[in-house]
Design a protein around this ligand. Structure first.
Ligand SMILES: O=CN(O)CCNC(=O)c1cccc(Cl)c1Cl
Ligand code: NI
Length: 186
C-alpha cells in the first residue's frame, strides 16, 4: 500500500515530464500499479484508515506521483451524499480529452495536490465539461462526458500525465480572478 513517503514531491523531475503511453494487455506490474493507486484513494477517503496511516486524502492519483512515468491515473470522486454511488470511479489509461467546453469551471476551495506540500490559494480555471476517452485496466475503451467536479478532477490528473501542476493555472497577478462566466463549483 502506498504511504505519503512514496509520493513524489514538486521538484522531482518525474512530475514535469510527459508520461509514456501504456501498452495492452497490461503487464503484471501495471495491473498492480492500477490496483495500488485506487487502493490509496479508497483508504485515504476512509476517515479511520486515513488517520491510521497518516495519509492526505485524495480523489485522484496519477502514476507519476508514485514515481512511475506512465499514462495512468486512478480517479475516485465520491458521491456528495455518503450512501450514493461515486460520481466517477475508474483507472483511466492513455486518457485523451476529445472535446471540452469553452466555459470554465473552478473549485471555490481551490485545489490541492499530494505532490505539492504547500497550500497554493487561488482559483484553478479548467473546462467545466469535457468528453474523455480512455482505456480501463481490461483495455476497454470508454468515452464519457463529465461535468463540474468529476471533470475538474480528471483534468487535474491528466495534467499530471503531461507534467503540469495545478498552480501552473493560477493567475499570478490575482489568484482569485476567474473569467466572468466561470462555473464556480463548491
Ligand atoms: O493528483 C491528485 N492528487 O494530488 C491528490 C490530492 N488532491 C486532490 O485529491 C484534489 C484536491 C482538490 C482538487 C482536486 Cl482537482 C484534487 Cl485532484
Ligand atoms: Ni495532484
Amino acid at each position: 500500500m502506498y504511504l505519503m513517503k512514496d509520493i513524489t514531491r514538486d521538484g522531482n523531475p518525474v512530475l514535469r515530464k510527459r508520461a509514456a503511453e501504456v501498452s495492452f494487455p497490461l503487464s503484471d506490474e501495471d495491473q498492480k500499479l492500477a490496483k495500488e493507486m485506487m487502493k490509496y484513494l479508497e483508504v485515504s477517503q476512509d476517515p479511520e484508515l486515513c488517520e491510521k496511516y497518516k495519509l492526505r486524502a485524495g480523489v485522484g492519483l496519477a502514476a507519476p506521483q508514485v514515481g512511475v512515468s506512465k499514462q495512468m491515473a486512478a480517479v475516485l470522486v465520491p458521491s456528495p451524499d455518503e450512501d450514493g454511488e461515486p460520481l466517477f470511479k475508474d483507472v483511466i489509461i492513455n486518457p485523451i480529452i476529445v472535446s471540452e467546453s469553452v466555459q470554465y469551471g473552478a473549485l471555490t476551495e481551490g485545489e490541492g495536490c499530494l505532490s505539492v506540500d504547500k497550500d497554493v490559494p487561488g482559483y484553478v480555471p479548467r473546462h467545466d465539461r469535457i468528453t474523455l476517452r480512455y482505456q480501463d485496466v481490461d483495455g476497454k475503451t470508454h468515452k464519457v462526458r463529465l461535468k463540474h467536479y468529476p471533470a475538474i478532477v480528471c483534468q487535474h490528473e491528466i495534467d499530471h500525465l503531461h507534467g503540469v501542476l495545478f498552480y501552473d493555472h493560477i493567475n499570478k497577478e490575482n489568484p482569485f480572478k476567474a473569467p466572468d462566466d466561470t462555473v464556480m463549483i463548491s
